[in-house]
Design a binder for this molecule. Structure first.
Ligand SMILES: [Zn+2]
Ligand SMILES: [Zn+2]
Length: 426
């Protein structure tokens, strides 16, 4: 019996990993351009952290978390709570009034696995803490847009405001009144949500619920003046940066902690409409977690979905290549090549050789498979005459190379020769 990976947990095989690495490097590059610094966080946290931040009545906390109940710890279902926990624990705000932080890694939710949704999934998370200004909201969304553009992914940006503790409760009770009258036409989940989390009924994906909420009061009409001004300024900011966006009053996000701005990057290219990135402002959350009264805003991008879209849209990827393959024919030649390959690697080149004494033809095939730019062919006879053949794999031109007795010296000369023509991989 073969042992297989757990349902909802997936291997990222080498060819796919090239895509993932490209995505991560792009993200680090762009996050850096916006002044964000990396923070690396543990995967396990106290369960209480998520109950207090995400909210007891959310799907995530109610049914999707991997919790070790006897130990009171949980595998993180998202990144923001952990990041804020670390921010508070280490008093990062003392160093710098506005902190821009990002983290990249796996998250865990016990959901039904489907295309682009796994139980171990990966997110890139960016948070800006300490800045209440709407310009920051616009800038963060523009950053998300820049990342998608540079990954070759097209998606639309939808924004909404969820108000604040001053204006949301009023909207919430009006909404409950509206929903109560239609309770019998809503799905089971939504009937329950009326009492626990009525805003979530607005973004239920079931067609019947969708039809019911079309007439629901709009939160945008219920905003207090400061919230209304903030939202208008966010829209102006996006326009100033040339970021296309639409307003979606039904978007509420699944997490309780959001205030004011929420946003999603949506694509229709994965079948049904799907969010590939989403976030929002959480101005009361840091204080709620026992930290200073600082505002914050952040977003997360789902890396599985980004990878699927990059594959679909054939985003060009850097293809790893070998600088030099050494084809050694015969025992003496192999003994010569062995330290030579090592010295080449020490000089920073990617070098490879065959260890199983195969034929020239087989070794040339292997050189092709490793995408070698050059192959150095050494036979026992050539070794005696202190000579080898250097073959340019692209042009198929061959030249004779004098062999040195010392591997380090030989590696140095080869590196100089090969690097002149080394293709610079984007
Ligand atoms: Zn408000
Ligand atoms: Zn529903």
């Amino acid at each position: 019996m073969k042992i297989k990976a757990i349902n909802g947990f997936k291997d990222i095989l080498p060819e796919e990993a090239v895509r993932w690495r490209f995505m991560e490097e792009k993200a680090r590059d762009i996050f850096g351009r916006f002044g964000a610094r990396e923070i690396r966080l543990p995967i396990l946290e106290k369960t209480e952290l998520f109950a207090r931040s995400i909210g007891e009545a959310t799907d995530i906390v109610e049914k999707e978390m991997y919790t070790f109940a006897d130990k009171g710890i949980t595998m993180r279902p998202e990144g923001t709570a952990s990041l804020l926990r670390a921010f508070i624990e280490h008093g990062l705000h003392v160093q710098q009034p506005v902190q821009r932080l990002y983290t990249i890694g796996p998250m865990f939710r016990h959901e039904r696995p489907q295309k682009g949704r796994l139980r171990q999934f990966h997110q890139m998370d960016v948070e800006v803490i300490g800045a209440p200004e709407p310009a920051v909201d616009a800038e963060l969304m523009a950053m998300g847009r820049m990342l998608l553009d540079e990954l070759g992914i097209s998606a639309s940006l939808e924004i909404n405001s969820l108000g604040c503790p001053d204006c949301r409760p009023g909207f919430r009770s009006r909404l409950i009144g509206f929903l109560e009258n239609r309770r019998h036409r809503l799905c089971q989940d939504c009937r329950r949500r009326i009492d626990t989390n009525p805003l979530r009924v607005l973004d239920c994906k079931k067609p019947d619920c969708r039809a019911q909420v079309q007439e629901a009061p709009s939160i945008l009409d219920a905003l207090c003046d400061p919230c209304r001004d903030h939202f208008a300024a966010v829209c102006r900011g996006l326009e100033a940066l040339g970021v296309d966006h639409g307003v979606n009053r039904f978007m509420v996000r699944g997490l309780d902690y959001y205030t004011r701005t929420t946003f999603e990057f949506i694509t229709g290219d994965l079948g049904a409409q799907a969010a590939i990135g989403a976030g929002g402002r959480y101005d009361g959350l840091i204080e709620q977690l026992g930290g200073p009264a600082l505002p914050g805003i952040g977003f997360a991008m789902g890396m599985e979905r980004l990878a699927l879209l990059m594959e679909q849209q054939e985003t060009p990827l850097p293809r790893p290549a070998t600088d030099l393959f050494v084809a050694a024919l015969g025992e003496k030649a192999a003994a010569y090549a062995f330290p030579l390959v090592h010295e080449l690697r020490r000089l920073g080149l990617s070098a490879a050789m065959d260890h199983s004494g195969r034929s020239l033809k087989a070794q040339m095939k292997q050189a092709g498979r490793t995408r070698a730019n050059y192959t150095l062919i050494i036979g026992d006879n050539e070794l005696e005459q202190q000579e080898a053949i250097l073959r340019d794999m692209a042009t198929r031109k061959q030249e004779s190379v004098a062999l040195q007795t010392d591997a380090a010296e030989q590696a140095h000369l080869l590196a100089l020769r090969v690097r002149q023509n080394v293709i610079v991989h984007p």
